[in-house]
Design a protein. Structure first.
Length: 150
């Protein structure tokens, strides 16, 4: 009795490699050019343009800091200014000034809003939101309930 063993593999024989032919598309040049292929080294020497931009940025920051200093301005203008700075994404530049101004608003919150008879609900809600975002607790107690809103 003779036993025959025959094995087959699923792939082609090792000596035959299939040739893959890919069609080349004729793509148009990138609209971005090589702009993003260049590496910007953070340790590179700064140019005059970078220095001018830095000076201009410092001047603009100083202008905004002067605007922060107007504590005698009405609370309505202050809270709207703080909201604008936060919405523009610039609040991280002015964290210390922001905290000081919010503390000032919190300290005078009751006397300012209780003395007024025609407060706008938007102003009060905005003030609550801004103070709450920074962790300042302001009670919505009796003085808020007695207010008349437009």
């Amino acid at each position: 009795m003779t036993l025959y063993v025959h094995s087959t593999s699923g792939g082609p024989p090792p000596s035959v490699v299939p040739e893959i032919s890919r069609k080349s598309a004729s793509f148009h040049p990138s609209v971005w050019g090589d702009k993003f292929l260049a590496y910007n080294n953070p340790n590179a020497v700064k140019t005059d343009v970078d220095h001018e931009e830095e000076v201009h940025l410092k001047l603009l920051k100083e202008e905004v800091k002067k605007m922060w200093g107007a504590r005698d301005a009405p609370h309505q203008k202050l809270i709207n200014f703080i909201d604008d700075i936060q919405r523009l994404g610039l609040s991280y530049h002015f964290e210390a000034e922001l905290e000081t101004l919010l503390q000032h608003i919190k300290d005078s919150f009751g006397e300012y809003y209780c003395s007024k008879t025609d407060d706008d609900l938007h102003d009060v809600a905005l003030c609550f939101r801004l103070l709450g975002q920074k962790g300042h607790f302001v009670s919505s107690g009796e003085h808020i309930r007695s207010m008349r809103f437009k």
